[in-house]
Design a protein around this ligand. Sequence first.
Ligand SMILES: [Zn+2]
Length: 354
Amino acid sequence: MKNNIPDVPKADMHVHLEGTISPAMVEKLAKRNGISVPAGLIRDGKFIWDDDGTPAGNLKGFVKAYDDATGVMKCAADYADITYDYLKRSADEGCIYAEIFISVDHGKMVGLTYPEMLDAITKGYEKAKAETGIEARFISTCVRHYGPQAALRVARTTHDNPHPLVTGFGMAGDENAHAVADFKPAYDAAYDAAALPYRTAHAGEAAGPQSVREARDILDIRRFGHMVRAIDDPLLIDEQKNINAVPEVCVSSNLALRAFKDYASHPLRKFFDAGLKVVLGSDDPTFFGTSIGQEYQIAKQHFGFSDDELKAITRNAIEEAFVDDATRARLLARLDAAAPAVRKAPPKKKRGID
Ligand SMILES: [Zn+2]
């Protein structure tokens, strides 16, 4: 594995499709679509953004860079390409499963209907799967700061266009916009016991512990995007343990957007040791200079996770993945088949000797 990436099967459980677009892909799509790359977006092969030294200014700069980069996407082929590119890169790092947020609203900005966007994404996924064996599912995600009505439209569109690869509903965006209860109609509208049974929501990243309780109690969810601010409330950690809550933890994202100032203050290890069912995610990997392989590497290097513990994190992910039973069993078998990283495979016996 390159860059000391741990040689264990991995799962990326919190990642936004548009947030995986690489600087090289932005340049490629801009050229193909006959537009110029926004000035100041890429330097030395990396995305950069204005940072005035405050958390709010940093977030504003990130959002602008994100909009500038994804603004070069103009057609279905672009969706297919970014999906393939992300999955291929992840599979090359040992990722066996990814669960990816997709956005009806962003598809619309590109000029695609939801079924057109899904078609393109499926093409990219099937190519990556055929080449590497990686599996993925998609979570249709509303954007909280677009408001409850927009969320309801996303939910209805998702519900009315069932797709075997779209198995969950989620909410991203500004955690402080509107009240959680305003989005209950959207969650109710999206739900379908057979076609769309799963749900998650961003909570406890920018907003505090109360946002986690509200998402849990009002939206009836057990899987949480981030949930890291739960560390501020020991009682909440216990409550979350009691419901077997799953925090989707994205360390590089949290540091880049200043939810925590350094690895030492980040709660990844504390969550794991407390018995929470931690999973890892890369969030918007190309913007945060990371990848799912690197998130596992950071867990090992900066939080002291052993390879067996990293495998336990992947097991959590597969156990809690938004998949059918047959897919879950297949992925667990793949995880179990992976040799413990510390033990080398025995030399092959030569035929005819014994
Ligand atoms: Zn996110």
